[in-house]
Design a protein around this ligand. Sequence first.
Ligand SMILES: C[S@@+](CC[C@H](N)C(=O)[O-])C[C@H]1O[C@@H](n2cnc3c(N)ncnc32)[C@H](O)[C@@H]1O
Length: 518
Amino acid sequence: MNNKKTNSKNEKYLQEAILQEKARGTPDLEIGRKYGVTFRYIERLITRTQGLNVSALDVPKKIKTLHPKDFKEEHTTVWSFKQRGNWATHSGEYRGNWSPYIPRNVILKYSKPGEIVLDYFCGAGTTAVECKLLGRKCIAIDINDKAIELAEKNLNFSVESQQLTFLNIESHLQIYEPELKVGDARDLSFLKDNSIDLICAHPPYANIIHYTDSKEGDLSFFDIDDFLKEMSKVARESFRVLKPGRQCAILIGDTRKQKHVIPLGFKLINAYLNAGFKLRELVIKRQHNCKTTGFWYENSIKYNFLLLAHEYLPIFEKPKTHTSLKIREKEVNYNLPVSVLEKPLLKRRLDELETTTVWIFPTKDFEERLNKNVIDRYSNGSDYSTITFISHNNKGIKFTEKKKEGKIRLLFIKSPFLNNSPSYSNIEYYLKEIKNIVIQQLPNINKDGFLVIQTQDVRIDGYIEPLPKKIVDILEDDNLWLKEIVVVTPEEANSNSLNSTEYLKIAHQYLLVYEVRK
Ligand SMILES: C[S@@+](CC[C@H](N)C(=O)[O-])C[C@H]1O[C@@H](n2cnc3c(N)ncnc32)[C@H](O)[C@@H]1O
């Protein structure tokens, strides 16, 4: 009994000491070392005592500049911001807040000055601050009253409308103070149907990071299945309040369980599509805090896993009418895809392999580098076959066939025909064939061997057909375990020199890596 009392007294002293260190601005790493506690321990202590998950306590903010220097809008589907952005009152203090470059791009692309932007996962108010800076009206809610207080603090600065002239708008913009309130994203009944011009929000990623000390309704306490059920309610409310023809941008990342990926991003996209939305864009947001050298490198090779280095920013659109789309068809005369055996032209060297989920290669040897990485990582360099979907015109398919005898360690399916604007019927056929091939070929792959599918999103009639997501949906099979979702993109595609058009240029492909379990 006495021991228990002494322990809890010691714990109290320890926690007070940690809070004092935090108030002095001591970094978490130093606190961890000094008091022998983990980062998780410090995070929980802060969330419990402060009511919100912040890395720094009450640090006064000095505004150095109101806008980012040399800002250029994104024109492709791969967005990458080396600096997280610290203009105005933006800072990384609220755990899991998004880079202000994301709402800035979304707001500038999909809304006009004076229009209403809704963020129903307000957090520290990053979107609201951007709306204020860009002359948009904003409604922002959060389940946590403490987050709303923090957002109010972050909005406590003044902007002169002349300071917005950098946007190349002749007339001065009006500044609107955002409306903030405590609320639940699943219930937007305070908003009328068809009243919002743009939704721009960043939910919790199921229960990966807790944002409150288990506040009622906090979606960061739901496990993946329940989180998705709750997010379906958010998606339905979003569809109701958004004006027809307008956009809803949601940032979401995947998670891992037992060294396998859980495709939370694709599953959340389904929730919004089921609510009636169309997919206008599927943007990949790169993460830069990933370690790729030394310890991480060795373990990535040894345990064969990649560090998650990307998130998804689906941009949904509420269709203007419910009439069915015109379907553009092309003549197809499809032969079965064929097996060909390719040897990577590059030498096999394990110290040159990629270690995160984003692979960037120069255009000139893009396919070669990609093949080498797949084959070296997922086969022992020889026991593999490839199946290539080559073309979809009405002249049939040219192919060379070399079948590998006996069991293989890797089956690699490639889909270059997707670069040539396929039609709906082409992609329907493609998805059916992928499923058939996998059923047929699975017995030929060794247990613990791999199936890798190189595929990509395509745009048809102005909307994205997310084929990688659709393949993940159709290959839910007990014998297959989704191990990785890798994004591959050419180096040059990310340069921002492209002219702005109505749509983003699709600049990335995917590798879906499955492990065979049977
Ligand atoms: C990823 S954070 C958003 C961060 C924000 N974009 C920023 O930059 O600060 C997710 C937020 O969702 C809030 N949240 C969780 N469940 C909610 C719900 N049911 N309704 C509204 N907000 C909720 C959390 O309190 C947290 O602030």
